[in-house]
Write a protein of this length. Structure first.
Length: 351
């Protein structure tokens, strides 16, 4: 039998298809960060998660069984799922079987897949119907979701995963570059993300080459790696554990993320917390928190716009106090309390 939980605290089962693991330490770091914040607040956390990329579809079957087993053994007060499908859909089934309330967060790809992949629309609709509350990580994503599958306004909240302002803060660039073995003339531009079409990394490299100066550090991996490997001034680092990202941000002058669409922009927010100006896409969540003093919004479909954004951002102050100030409104502790309140409300509805 589960031990009693102190007043105001809840037993939470987190179900997620993304979680940092030994092989993929960067996978789903934003989910683990929120789980850690809830735990820090005294809530009891159990989890059923996938901690590596790739593998067969059987991993989702195993995820569903793990979630059901944990719910039966640990009797959570609420299930907190990340991504509408597949993790949210699996969590909805577990919620239905065990009669445990469900809160689910939409992160982006799960919303874009509605109407694009056969069967996803029906699964998403069933997940939303079962959920007590649905969280979108930006107002942009809320609008995208409700345009595809209308929801009552009372059922959806906008809460991003926040940023740890203690871990992500201004660092000394010269010292950081020395530790990381970076040499040569700046400005230093940094990209953090998957090397795929949506992140628009090839256009970023094309725009950077048009500057004819500086260095572009690329953290991440993906199918477009071969398209940027060996390009002048570009250094490919590969995947890096989330705990090491602050040091790389400290070493840069500007962080760049001109994605074709960015549902929120976690790396952008983290760079701003570190007092670095940013180049961000104008499509998605970044316009909700990137101010003119802290960065430049660009048209991701235009290499010329991205190139101009790189020039303008490099001319902004770095360290950038305005960027830190804007990031402060997304303090992980504030967002964690907002999520905790939703979980408490959902758990109170059980009966």
């Amino acid at each position: 039998m589960a031990e009693p939980t102190p007043p105001g605290r809840v037993r939470v089962l987190i179900v997620s298809q993304m979680w940092p693991g030994p092989r993929d330490p960067d996978l789903g770091a934003f989910v683990a960060q929120m789980a850690g914040e809830l735990e820090r607040r005294g809530h009891r956390i159990e989890r059923a998660t996938i901690d590596r990329r790739g593998g067969s579809k059987l991993k989702y079957v195993r995820l569903g069984w793990a979630a059901l087993g944990s719910a039966v053994r640990n009797r959570p007060d609420v299930i907190y799922a990340h991504f509408l499908v597949p993790a949210g859909a699996l969590a909805a089934v577990v919620s239905l079987i065990t009669r445990v309330p469900l809160v689910v967060t939409a992160h982006g790809t799960d919303v874009r897949n509605v109407g694009r992949i056969p069967g996803v629309t029906a699964l998403t609709r069933a997940t939303l119907r079962r959920a007590n509350k649905v969280v979108a990580v930006s107002d942009f994503l809320r609008r995208e979701l409700t345009a595809r599958l209308p929801l009552p306004a009372r059922k959806i909240e906008v809460i991003d995963c926040g940023v740890d302002l203690e871990r992500f803060q201004a660092g000394e660039p010269v010292e950081a570059r020395r530790r990381l073995g970076l040499e040569g003339e700046g400005p230093y531009f940094l990209f953090v993300g998957t090397l795929d079409a949506r992140k628009n990394v090839v256009a970023l490299v094309d725009a950077f080459e048009g500057l004819g100066a500086g260095q572009l550090i690329v953290i991440g991996d993906g199918p477009l790696r071969a398209r940027i490997e060996g390009r002048a001034g570009v250094r490919l680092v590969g995947r890096v554990a989330h705990c090491r990202i602050p040091e790389w941000i400290a070493a840069c002058d500007v962080l760049c993320q001109p994605s074709l669409e960015e549902p929120f922009g976690q790396a952008i927010l983290e760079a701003m917390a570190c007092e670095r100006p940013v180049v961000a896409t104008s499509v998605g969540g970044p316009p909700e928190f990137v101010t003119p003093e802290s960065g430049v919004l660009v048209d991701p479909h235009s290499v010329e716009s991205i190139r101009g954004g790189l020039e303008l951002a490099a001319a902004l102050p770095s360290p950038n106090v305005a960027a830190r100030r804007a990031a402060g409104g997304h303090d992980m502790r504030i967002q964690g309390e907002r999520v905790a309140e939703l979980l408490r409300e959902a758990s109170a509805s059980r009966g």
